[in-house]
Structure formats: C-alpha cells, structure tokens
Design a protein around this ligand. Sequence first.
Ligand SMILES: CCCCCCCC/C=C\CCCCCCCC(=O)N[C@@H](CCCCN)C(=O)O
Ligand SMILES: [Zn+2]
Ligand SMILES: [Zn+2]
Length: 478
Amino acid sequence: KGLGGQKHQRASQIPSQFSQGERVAMKEALKGAIHIPTVSFGPKELNTTALAEFGEYIRSVFPTVFKTSFVQHEVIGEYSHLFTVQGSDPSLQPYMLLAHSDVVPAPDEGWEVPPFSGLERDGFIHGRGTLDNKNSVMAILQALELLLLRNYIPRRSFFIALGHDEEISGHNGAQKIAALLQARGVQLAFIVDEGNFILDGFIPNLKKPFAIIAVTEKGAINLMLQVNTTPGHSSAPPKETSIGILAAAVSRLEQTPMPNMFGSGLLKTTLQELAHEFPFPTNIILSNLWLFGPLVSRLIERNYITNALVRTTTALTMFNAGVKVNVIPPVAQAIINFRVDPAQTVQEVLELVKNIVADNRVQFQVLSAFDPLPVSPSDHQALGYQLLRQTIRSVFPEVNIVAPGVCIGNTDSRHYANLTTGIYRFNPLYLNPQSFRSIHGINEKISVRAYETQVKFIFEFVQNADTDQEPVPHLHEL
Ligand SMILES: CCCCCCCC/C=C\CCCCCCCC(=O)N[C@@H](CCCCN)C(=O)O
Ligand SMILES: [Zn+2]
Ligand SMILES: [Zn+2]
C-alpha cells in the first residue's frame, strides 16, 4: 500500500547519519531551548522576554537556516516564525511543518529536576517542552540545518510555521500566519503538526507499539456556569446558597458522562486495523465489532485515557465563589472544559448540558467553542498520510501498524483548515501512559536517542516529500 514507484524521486537520498559532533550539538541545542521559559500563563499573559530570547536563540544555533538564500524567514505576531523554503520545482504543491515554542506553566513542585533546567540525566533531557513541543520546533530546524549543510536543495517547496501562543489558542501566532498565507493565495498539499504518537502500553494485552496519525481532532467548549443569590449574614443561611446550587449542578455533570459514541467514528477503523496484532481471543473480538462492539466500547470507557476516544469529555477545571467567611456568597462561578467527540457538535453538547443541569437558577455562558475538525483523507491517494507512513516504516521498522485516529487535544493546525484538506497530527516519538501524563504534568522528558530519531525522521521526511508522484492506488501490499 502507499506511494507509487520511486522512479520520479530524487536519484539518491542524503543518508540520515549524523557524526558524533552533530549528535552532541543537536542535544545541546534542545537543552538550551528548554532553558528558556517561554510560558503561556493565560489568555493574554505570555513571557514575552523569553519568547524574544527564543527568537535570538534559534538564530544562533541554526545559522545555516538563517543565511541560506532560498530560505526566507519572517517574524509574525511579534514572536512566531514563518520559514519559506523555496523548492526547485514550482509544479509541486508546497506543504507545511508546524510546531509551537510556548509551553504551559511548570511550578517546581513534584519535578525530579527543575522544569526549565534542560538537564540531562540517565540518557534523558528533562524539562517542560521536551515533548510538547520544543522537541518538534528544534528537530524541524535541526533537520533543515543538517540538510542544508549537506547542500540539499528541495524540489518541493515547504513552509515551517512555529507558533508562539498555541497553548492559549494561537490567535496571534498560527491564526495570523494562516491569514497571511491565505492572503498570498497559498494552498498546501498537506500539513504535519503535533498531536499523536507511536503508542506503547495504552491497550492491555497489546505488547506491540503502533503509530496513530491523527486525521481529525476533537472540538472544545469552555463553558462558564454561574449562580447568583442574595447575599446576607451567614448566621441565618438560606436553605441553598449559590455555592451549593452550583456545586450540585457541576457534580451532576461530572456524574453524567456524555454519551458513548463508539461506532460512529474512526476508532472502530483504528481497532479493526490493530485486530490481528492481538492474541486470541482479542483478535477475534476486534475483527467482529458488528457483534462485540458493545462489549469493546464498555472496556474502552473504563480507562480514563481511552475513555476520551469514545465520548465528549467533561472536565471541571475552575471554581470560584465566596467573599468572606461569614457572608452568604452572592455569586458562584465554575468553568467546564469539554472536548467534543467528532461525532457530535458544540450545539448538541450544549443541549445535553442544559438537560443534565436542569436548574434554571444556573446561567450558562460559552467563553469559547469550536466544532471537531474535518477528517483528513488517509487513503492511498493521500500524499501527506502516505509520506508519513512511508517514513515511519523506514525509521521505525519495528512498528507494523500505522492507522488513522483522533487527536484528543487541540493543535495550532486547526487554524489552517482553509489552506488544505490534509492535516496530519503526528510526532515521531514513542509515548507510553506515563509520558502521556507528563505532558502538561510533571517530569516531562525525552530520551536523547528519541530526540535524535525525531531529527532523523524529519530529515528523511523532507527528502521523501520531494517525490513528484501522486500516491497511486494499490491492490496489494508492496
Ligand atoms: C486505540 C488508541 C489508544 C489511544 C490512546 C490515546 C493516547 C493519546 C495520545 C496522545 C494525545 C496527546 C495530545 C497532545 C496534543 C496536545 C496539544 C495541546 O496541549 N493542546 C492544548 C491547546 C490549548 C488551546 C487553548 N484552548 C489543549 O488541547 O489543551
Ligand atoms: Zn502542544
Ligand atoms: Zn500543550
């Protein structure tokens, strides 16, 4: 399956082998990037000093990228970076690689090493952003730097867009870059962004890792619930306070999960593709979802990570109320973060929420919301998907399965939906449940070897993208 014959690809690829000196330089460059605390704290609160320093830093560690005549560099929205790498063959439609340089906050508590130290210990580089997502920012630029040092000239043009505010919605970074490219009339063959991984240990009984390329991502709603009551003296409280009413409402929401949508989406396809990797009887069960679907969907929802694949999730993330210990609170507010299953819409979820709360003393205010993203093609004709698949096969030969799936988080790529129908969210890294929890959590780290492999992946991917062939349909495995 996959891309057609190789006859129109470049005659010889530059081997993805790096000298000892280059390998040391690449890990040191990542450590330096982790050391710069480019934190997005809240909607309008970013560490702009650090973001400016980060801009200077990439100039200093990737000098060849910045001085090559066919690589154009622009700063967008003050701290985001757009690189245009001009290919030699204008007949090939360009593509784009995405990553973001901002990170979520990381207070020191609970970390084995300080989160912005970038320390190397036991073969791992530690710190905030090592998986989300300075690894990608640095690996993309590092791979380009190494290719340029080997006199590489791409045939297919490509863009590199590095957002600086992805963790707070990308309004000044990705959104502005997308608007600029649209104004320039750019249409892209495909986009590759962060989002999914080579998953290892997420499914009991499945020892083998498998690569999931996310071809869609969930929608999201930030919903504020508010209850107002008359304030007064706490020595003679009313039967219910704003805090009690609101607490009961959010508790009902937490206790009433949104419907299980297994069967209406991609997960069924993903599991069918995984089926033959499981031992008996799981292989039979997964190959016959028409019969065992209800059983499988119940098993999936038992685990809190896989549960996110079958339904809109409900996370109570903020709660605010009370002004003084002896005053009946006039107002109580809660914010709930929903991640909308691709088989539902924002409107449908809001209707369900109102029915579950069923209390007209509770007011609702949608702070932000967007629907799930369209599903990008993953068939034999889908160039971006097939190039990822081809490169996974080459760099991770031990990974037998590459399947399309859903990204449960959100990415900057959603702002580029007008520029292409092919958006693929994939990090060429292994991820296990423990490393999953470290993303936005504590002890985020990447092994030096995994980072080198990420650079190698991009180094090969960019060259693979120089094919002028459209992927062709195949009846048989090649
Ligand atoms: C059968 C398959 C089993 C799969 C198990 C699922 C494993 C999940 C794997 C990876 C998911 C990681 C998600 C990483 C992307 C996160 C990017 C991110 O943090 N985005 C933020 C954006 C915030 C924008 C402001 N509202 C987010 O989503 O919160
Ligand atoms: Zn991210
Ligand atoms: Zn993130």
